[in-house]
Design a protein around this ligand. Structure first.
Ligand code: SAM
Ligand code: DTB
Ligand code: SF4
Length: 351
């Protein structure tokens, strides 16, 4: 059984990325099959509940107010509209409903509405995920109390490359939100974007940052940059598809029990590249016509591809950190089991 490690060095991760492709894939598949059924892929659906006019300057993002991307801004959607979209996603086979807002952070006055939405979507029998930006301690407490299943908050890239992509909030700000989520026992969905002009070393450093989070994020979205006109990254050099697969495989090896999600950028990927990503250990996708604001791969195409690959969209993944594991981990952290996580902000080590 693959060992769960939280002490990876950048050099070790880079060495994984440097392996001959066949060796890397073999290792990834061995790890994948220990905890997952390779013929099942979990399906999540995305909805932007508040679109555009975001004060942050993330260079990849069509929703940033700093760039003219022609995106129409929208106010926070109504409760009824969100429930209707969730019902539609459920009817199409999604088991998790992920809701995103173009906020730097939620405003406290919006939190009671967010709580109602979480309760409403859960009552439909779906898992809930929110991505609303940075959170405070009391906001995390409200989300936990409402029963939020996952919170998506990405590191996006390596600490070294980060400042070239975002200047309006720091890497440390992101890590702090992740610590707060852990403190409140909310499962974490944390990953990033490839193809923004970063080097392989950056990709190794980014993966290492994810892999030293203890416990590992339950869910790891790997996005290929969607190049949106008007954003500073619209002309970014395309990333070799095989390099993308290498990162998926390395994520699978580094975080053996986490669900690796093949996220944005699938519309531009060939069927063969999809298949390689599934072989490398991706076991979740976003399904539906739209991501947050950009087009997703066609649903019919996904259905046909699943059929051709003998993959079934599954209700629940076989692994990930399960409820019992989480309780044990949190008890250890909070009841003062002596390990060095304690001295490092209560959940994971930072250099
Ligand atoms: N505003 C919140 C935040 O940034 O945390 C939540 C929404 S934000 C759109 C969620 C994630 O979408 C980002 O962290 C980024 O990884 C991803 N994303 C945004 N634009 C993208 C693009 N053009 N291509 C790929 N991924 C993108
Ligand atoms: C994540 O890592 N990818 C999703 C989800 N988390 C929220 C978002 C992708 C957004 C792609 C650009 C857009 O559609 O606006
Ligand atoms: Fe705003 Fe999130 Fe887009 Fe950054 S990624 S500009 S925080 S919506």
């Amino acid at each position: 059984m693959a060992e769960l490690r939280y002490d990876w060095t950048v050099e070790e991760v880079e060495a994984l990325l440097d392996l001959p492709f066949a060796d890397l894939m073999y290792r990834a598949q061995q790890t994948h099959r220990e905890s997952f059924d390779p013929n099942r892929v979990q399906v999540s659906s995305l909805l932007s509940i508040k679109t555009g006019a975001c004060p942050e300057d993330c260079k990849y993002c069509p929703q940033s107010a700093h760039y003219s991307t022609g995106l129409e801004r929208e106010r926070l959607l109504s409760y009824e509209v969100i429930m209707q979209k969730a019902r539609e996603a459920r009817a199409q086979g999604a088991t998790r409903f992920c809701m995103g807002a173009a906020w730097r952070n939620p405003n406290d006055r919006d939190m009671p509405f967010i709580v109602d939405v979480i309760r409403g979507v859960k009552a439909l029998g779906m898992e809930t995920c929110m991505t609303l930006g940075m959170l405070t301690d009391s906001q995390c407490a409200m989300l936990a109390e409402a029963g939020l299943d996952y919170y998506n908050h990405n590191l996006d890239t390596s600490p070294e490359f980060y400042n070239q992509i975002i200047t309006t909030r720091t890497y440390e700000d992101r890590l702090e939100t992740i610590r707060l989520l852990r403190k409140h026992h909310i499962r974490i969905c944390c990953g990033g974007i490839l193809g923004m002009g970063e080097t392989r070393r950056d990709r190794a450093s980014f993966l290492r940052q994810l892999a030293i989070i203890n416990p590992h994020p339950e869910s790891v979205p790997i996005n290929m940059l969607v190049k949106v006109s008007g954003t500073p990254l619209e002309q970014a050099k395309p990333l070799d598809g095989l390099e993308f697969v290498r990162v998926v495989a390395a994520a699978r090896i580094l975080m053996p029990k986490s669900v690796v999600r093949l996220s944005a950028g699938r519309e531009q990927m060939t069927d063969e590249l999809h298949a390689l990503c599934f072989l490398a250990g991706a076991s979740s996708i976003f399904y539906g016509t739209k991501l947050l604001t950009t087009k997703n791969a066609e649903q019919r195409r996904d259905d046909e591809l699943f059929e051709r690959l003998g993959i079934s969209a599954t209700e629940n993944q076989t692994a990930g950190t399960d409820e019992e594991d989480l309780k044990i981990i949190f008890r250890k952290i909070h009841e003062g089991a002596h390990n060095d996580q304690e001295e490092h902000h209560g959940c994971f080590r930072l250099e």
